[in-house]
Design a binder for this molecule. Structure first.
Ligand code: KG4
Ligand code: ZN
Length: 340
């Protein structure tokens, strides 16, 4: 039993969100995210601009997280940071900052794997949110990754399926680009999908063996479909936008659920947790609930603010590693392709 209070600062800078969070034992005291708007005008993340924006944001964001938590920096027990995977230039900002800050405060430094953090976000103490029991399956669905992971323990995880090309969030964002929507397009497609007919248009699902995914073919199919239809009716997108979004969403969710069905069959595990930006999606949330009735699944969906990139998930992993005294050395480096 820990009667003592442990305060961990988590820092996340793997992509285009600069984030910092303070956790007291398992409970979040502050969760600050500065989302970089600059990428919207380019229709995707521009790595060079991302690292520059991280450099602007990191000190104010960390300062705010500590202030909002109502503690002083001297009360921190350790600094946890995202070591990877992600964009190298972005990771370097958070990594260098965390190392210097921990060194200056003379407290331990803890490296965190971003993909593990999306999964372990489920262990943040939150009223109304149950924690999964081991073993469970985790499906991480974001703009950069699509994986199914067999989770035996906090730090005993095995990737049993992943995308061989685009991530599911990319499928949303690239489809959105074809439809002339802003970046990132996932939330808008989701919103429109709820007002459209999911069976209005049919897109074939990719055939990929086992538990792996592929989304690049779907993007091409959507592109050709739109090109064909707009030749006949230049206002085709405008006239059918909600139905197109609903049909795309229906296809994508179908792909995800098919693979989850196969994964539960292969592993015999029926506890499923999702994480990553796309886990905010209403379609996947509804489909998982249906899976509870239809297939006897027990499913876990994170609180909305812990779905997209955030530092609370980095802080909780920091806390779990702190309990095991699993610290990093000062010569640690960022790792863009870090694996689970
Ligand atoms: O986890 P995240 O913030 O960053 C990465 O690590 O990639 O995920 C961002 C992705 C984007 O592709 C965005 O379009 C998608 O999550 N996204 C959604 C929704 N909200 C965010 N996709 C579908 N439906 C949503 N409601
Ligand atoms: Zn992420």
């Amino acid at each position: 039993m820990t009667s003592q209070n442990i305060y961990i600062l988590g820092i996340e800078s793997s992509c285009d969100d600069t984030a910092a969070s303070v956790i007291q034992n398992g409970r979040i005291l502050s969760n600050v995210v500065a989302t970089q708007k600059i990428h919207e005008e380019y229709g995707g993340v521009v790595p060079e601009l991302a690292s520059r924006a991280h450099q602007q944001n990191i000190v104010p964001v960390v300062h705010q997280a500590i202030e909002k938590a109502g503690i002083t920096k001297e009360q921190l027990n350790a600094i946890a940071f995202t070591r990877g995977p992600g964009l190298m230039g972005s990771l370097l900002v958070g990594t260098s900052f965390a190392k210097s800050f921990a060194y200056g405060l003379n407290i331990p430094l803890i490296d965190v794997n971003h993909m593990q953090a999306h999964i372990l976000a489920h262990f943040i103490d939150e009223e109304g949110f149950d924690k999964p029991e081991f073993p469970f399956l985790a499906m991480t669905i974001s703009g950069g990754h699509t994986q199914i992971v067999n989770v035996n323990d906090y730090f005993d995880m095995e990737v049993i399926g992943e995308t061989i090309d685009d991530a599911v969030g990319e499928a949303y964002d690239k489809s959105g680009k074809i439809l002339g929507l802003g970046y990132p397009a996932g939330p808008e497609i989701d919103k429109r999908a709820q007002q459209g007919n999911p069976k209005a248009f049919k897109f074939t699902k990719p055939k990929v063996d086992g538990l792996n995914f592929s989304f690049s073919g779907l993007k091409t199919a959507i592109l050709y479909f739109i090109q064909r239809e707009t030749k006949q009716n230049p206002k085709f997108i405008e006239d059918n936008l909600n139905d197109i979004c609903a049909s795309i969403q229906y296809t994508i969710i179908g792909i995800l659920i098919d693979k989850l069905k196969l994964a539960t069959k292969q592993t015999g595990i029926r506890q499923i947790a999702i994480g990553g930006g796309v886990s905010a999606n209403s379609g996947i949330r509804k489909a998982l609930k249906e899976g509870e009735q239809k297939f006897g699944w027990k499913t876990y969906v994170p609180k909305f603010e812990f779905t997209t990139d955030n530092a609370a998930m980095i802080a909780i992993v920091g806390y779990l590693k702190y309990l095991e005294q699993d610290f990093a050395k000062q010569d640690i480096t960022a790792s863009a392709r870090l694996k689970i």
